[in-house]
Write a protein that binds this ligand. Structure first.
Ligand code: CA
Length: 397
């Protein structure tokens, strides 16, 4: 309960309290917490300079004890009316704020952890062989992406130029991507770094990871398919990766934790979570194209958990830094309307989508707007919102 007048099922109740960076006209970016239709200005309300730096990094670096302490304080402020006088002056209507990239991203890694997505792409691209590569069930496949082009929701998606070669072409050509796509993913933000040479075990996940955001890994399929052998995605992905502005703390997702899908092969000990605390998450994603719901990918079916992804990332001794972002990979379920990318929804363009306005899509057209949103069970009994990540496609330069 809260003394604030919150709309029903707003998704931003006192059991959520996600962190972001906001500004109002004429004021510098600073940290805020979303509550109902407002942002609580943490820099002003707490007087702590860590919230006036323009990114969450310095606060995240303080670690889990500090995260828990502030959450406890905020919960008291927002639920006990005696604190109203202290909090009220620092509530800013969300409609009046501009939201910024919440985290200065250090390293960015993208995984490939949804079985249904990996099987779909395998069937599309390697129809004569097993859909999953032989390593897929033994390790979470990933690649290092480009941290510098991670941008906040709302950043224009400028259609990238690049090399592409259709199967029928003798030579590559250069020009705007003709197969621009979305990838609906969930991202994890590292708060506390680790020492070079010291792996983070499965059980260390919550000591290092602060929270969760939504990710759209925009992908130029024609550029990607020509460049990716043998070293993986490069320019077909690195032109833009969009993230939602609100980072939901792991503490708000306690009621969303579920066991991941059953393992089909025994895992090596550093990845074996049979007896570990489960880090599957019951996050339900919705993907909208020009406002129309086109897919509902279920994150609870993702095979590799973020705890396993983190353990794998560091098992060779690689270190973590505050602000590291790692994403799940495209989330797809078994049903046709649970696929998290257009290449799957349209089966590589062979089965175009017909939208409510009568137009058809294989891949994205200039002017298209894609919005990914998600909810999860909250500790208060309802569902909390992970906000949304959106972007509008603009013509190639
Ligand atoms: Ca991806």
């Amino acid at each position: 309960m809260t003394w604030l007048d919150l709309p029903e099922d707003a998704g931003f109740g006192p059991d959520n309290l996600p962190y972001g960076v906001f500004s109002t006209p004429g004021t510098p970016p600073r940290t805020g917490v979303a509550i109902g239709g407002h942002v609580l200005d943490l820099a002003a309300a707490t007087g702590d300079g860590v919230h006036a730096t323009g990114s969450l990094n310095a606060f995240l670096a303080r670690g889990p004890r500090a995260w828990a302490d502030l959450r406890e304080q905020l919960t008291a402020w927002l639920t006990d009316e005696q604190h109203r006088g202290r909090v009220d002056p620092h509530l800013v209507p969300r409609a009046e704020v501009r939201l910024h990239l919440p985290v200065e991203v250090a390293d960015y890694v993208d995984f490939y952890s949804s079985r249904h997505h990996a099987e779909n792409l395998g069937r599309l691209f390697r129809p004569d062989s097993e859909p999953l590569p032989p390593n897929w069930e033994h390790l979470p496949i990933g690649y290092h992406g480009r941290a510098g082009t991670v941008a906040v929701s709302g950043t224009p998606v400028v259609r990238p130029n690049g090399q592409r070669r259709a199967p029928t072409d003798d030579a590559p050509t250069f020009g705007p991507s003709q197969r621009l796509d979305v990838e609906a993913e969930v991202g994890f933000v590292v708060g506390v770094g680790s020492q070079l040479g010291t792996p983070v075990p499965l059980g260390g996940f919550a000591e290092h990871v602060f929270g969760v955001c939504l990710v759209d890994d925009w992908s130029a399929r024609d550029i990607q398919s020509w460049e990716y052998v043998p070293l993986g995605p490069f320019l077909g992905k690195s032109f833009l990766t969009s993230v939602s502005p609100w980072v939901v703390p792991l503490a708000a997702l306690e009621a969303a934790r579920v066991r991941p899908p059953a393992r089909r092969v025994p895992l090596l000990p550093y990845l074996d979570d049979t007896d570990a605390e489960p880090w599957g998450l019951d996050v339900r994603i919705e993907v909208r194209l020009n406002g129309e719901l086109v897919s509902c990918p279920p994150f609870d079916l993702v095979y590799w958990t973020p705890a396993q992804q983190l353990a794998h990332t560091t098992v060779n001794g690689a270190r973590l830094r505050t602000g590291d972002l790692f994403a799940s990979g495209t989330v797809s379920g078994p049903a046709a309307d649970q696929r998290g990318s257009l290449i799957e929804l349209t089966w590589n363009g062979q089965e175009p989508l017909t939208l409510a306005d009568g137009t058809v899509r294989t891949f994205l057209e200039d002017g298209d707007v894609v919005t990914i949103s998600a909810t999860a069970p909250g500790t208060g009994g309802g569902r909390i919102s992970l906000g949304e990540v959106t972007g509008r496609v603009e013509p190639a330069p």
